[in-house]
Design a protein around this ligand. Structure first.
Ligand SMILES: [Zn+2]
Length: 249
């Protein structure tokens, strides 16, 4: 049987039989991999607690006909804080739900892997406002799979901004001439927040998260944008806490 090594992040797990578990993994070199970890639910399993959701692991696997089989697993980063904290795990759930939906089996996508790893690392650091990392990750993953939000100019006529209308179906900002009646008008700070969420910047997110009012508008845009363009509902997004942290409200 052919074996291979891969780094992977555990997206989700299912029970199989009495003691086994099926894992969905996002690997660095092979995209999504579905694998079985045998005996993992038995006390004293050689995998210990290493194959839990959100864990970043170094794996050795056998290629199987339907499912590959985990032969060895070593932790790179357990991301244990996420599993121990309800609000952090609620913020991580839509991240892995979306990645599980969009990741292709057998197709290397290093950008997707690095995005998810960065998002989970950010949550594992126990930030005061974790939900903003969920919103950023969702927009960035949408862009990585071909649906970038347009925030540089008008999404329809490309005229440079600033523009004040934000459209889910048209893919981002619209100028006053292109915006159909009923398009949501937003202020400059909201546009700036959406631009930041869609960027490659992680370190500026915590400060931006303190603006609750704009955060709510941006969050509803992010969810609608991702669900519309990927044509999927993100069930776990409803559980993302919006009142976590030391700020007002
Ligand atoms: Zn326009």
């Amino acid at each position: 049987m052919a074996t291979y090594r891969e780094q992977g992040i555990v997206l989700r797990t299912y029970k199989l039989g009495e003691t086994d578990r099926i894992l969905h993994l996002l690997t660095q070199g092979r995209g999504k991999v579905r694998a079985v970890a045998k005996g993992v639910r038995r006390p004293g399993s050689r995998f210990g607690g290493r194959l839990e959701p959100y864990s970043h692991v170094d794996l050795q696997l056998y290629e199987g006909r339907n499912l590959d089989v985990v032969n060895q697993a070593d932790l790179i980063a357990p991301h244990a804080h996420i599993r121990e904290d309800f609000s952090l795990s609620a913020c991580a759930a839509p991240m892995v739900e979306l990645v599980d939906l969009v990741a292709q089996e057998g197709e290397r996508d290093n950008r997707l892997f690095l995005l998810l790893r960065a998002g989970l690392q950010a949550l594992d650091a126990q930030p005061p406002y974790p939900a903003i990392f969920t919103d950023a990750l969702l927009l960035r993953v949408a862009a990585a799979v071909g649906f970038p939000v347009t925030v540089g100019g008008c999404a329809a006529c490309r005229r440079p901004g600033p523009h004040a209308f934000l459209s889910v179906s048209r893919g981002g900002l619209l100028c006053v001439d292109c915006a159909p009646p009923g398009t949501r008008a937003v202020d400059d700070a909201t546009v700036e927040l959406v631009r930041l969420l869609a960027s490659d910047e992680w370190s500026a997110l915590p400060a931006a998260a303190e603006d609750r009012d704009r955060g709510g508008v941006a969050a509803s845009f992010v969810r609608a944008f991702v669900e519309h363009h990927l044509d999927r509902r993100l069930r776990s997004y409803e559980q993302v806490p919006r009142e976590t942290g030391p700020g007002p409200g």
